[in-house]
Design a protein around this ligand. Structure first.
Ligand code: G3P
Length: 216
């Protein structure tokens, strides 16, 4: 499973890219708002830091305006890493179909059901983003997000859809584990959770023991 970082914070992206395990970046309007910066400016900077797909989300609601917003980004950023993140709405799906035909990478976001995922995959989305944490919250069930990804991956496999599944809204290390077990292609992970993945108490105590025994 590939690992993306889910942030618009350039310092976090710089640090994460030094870890050598990041294959892409996802952002969204809420993450961008935390930076107080403009979308095109941030995305342009990120393209110079990470070698992989970088999702930038459009904010317009109707298909034609959304399509134009996507093309403005394509013209400004001028990088084939740019991935246009589109909402899971009828208008978003229309734009997904148009951009896919033009060979522009797309990521349909805010997916909470298998039928929604089918619509996005049929529209040729490069990536689809089911939200694990928000599924768990909504259904008050710590396996709701896991089951959604499992269902989507089964259907993707059965019908040979080319869209890659990005497990999103990851809040903890267990979500990363569930995403992998449910066959997500990618997990997009906040920086804090990414760092938590390195740790286990037995690794810590084991290292301390080795250090002691080696006389260091
Ligand atoms: O990848 C989507 C993510 O940014 C949303 O996460 O924690 O707001 O549900 P969250």
């Amino acid at each position: 499973m590939k690992l993306f970082i889910d942030t618009a914070n350039v310092e976090e992206i710089k640090n994460a890219s030094k870890l050598g395990i990041i294959s892409g970046v996802t952002t969204n309007p809420s993450l961008l708002a935390k930076t107080g910066r403009k979308l095109d400016e941030v995305i342009e900077e990120i393209t110079s830091l990470v070698d992989g797909p970088i999702s930038a989300e459009v904010t317009e609601a109707d298909a034609d305006t959304m399509y134009n917003q996507a093309h403005d980004l394509v013209n400004e950023i001028k990088s084939d890493k740019l991935t246009i993140k589109l909402p899971m709405t009828d208008e978003g799906i229309k734009v997904c179909k148009r951009l896919s035909k033009e060979g522009i990478k797309t990521n349909v976001t805010l997916i909470f059901s298998l039928p929604q995922a089918i619509l996005a995959m049929e529209a040729g989305a490069t990536f689809i983003s089911p939200f694990m944490g928000r599924m768990d919250d909504y259904y008050d069930d710590t396996e709701a997000g896991y089951r959604l990804i499992e269902e989507i991956s089964q259907v993707k496999e059965k019908y040979s859809y080319s869209s890659k599944i990005i497990a999103a809204s990851i809040r903890n290390v267990n979500h990363v584990k569930q995403a992998a077990l449910a066959n997500a292609d990618i997990a997009t992970i906040p920086y804090k959770v990414l760092l938590e993945m390195y740790h286990h108490p037995l690794t810590k105590s084991g290292l301390e023991k080795f250090k002691l025994d080696s006389g260091k």
